[in-house]
Design a protein. Structure first.
Length: 84
């Protein structure tokens, strides 16, 4: 079952991916989908200890406010889950 019905080139972007909920969500998404995942986190409370090791996950250190806008402008096909 595909948890999120999107095309395979679509990225799932998670803001707050280095936090408690975000890191567990990334683990779940890796099990349930085939999608590439990008975490955007400013590490204000999150930690690299929560990183999930996978080629499919990319971690970007940035404040959500700065990054989401430029990501949208890049026109990459994306599905954004905002925890922050
Ligand atoms: N943990 C729970 O049981 C629980 C229950 C219900 C709701 N929530 C909600 O879920 C959300 C996440 O909770 P959590 O427990 O994972 O918190 P957390 O602090 O572990 O994770 C939040 C993450 O967001 C990052 N972050 C904060 N501001 C940011 C910004 N401006 N740009 C980029 N990254 C930023 C932090 O560094 C952290 O990694 C919160 O909104 C919380 O209120 C949590």
């Amino acid at each position: 079952m595909d948890l999120i019905k999107t095309d395979n080139n679509m990225y799932i972007v998670i803001t707050g991916g280095a936090g408690f909920v975000g890191s567990n969500l990334i683990k779940l998404l890796l099990k349930k989908t085939n999608k590439k995942i990008i975490s955007i986190d400013n590490y204000s409370s999150g930690t690299k200890k929560n990183h999930v090791k996978s080629k499919k996950v990319k971690y970007i250190k940035s404040d959500t406010k700065k990054y989401i806008f430029s990501f949208k402008k890049s026109k990459k096909n994306s599905f954004i889950i905002s925890l922050r």
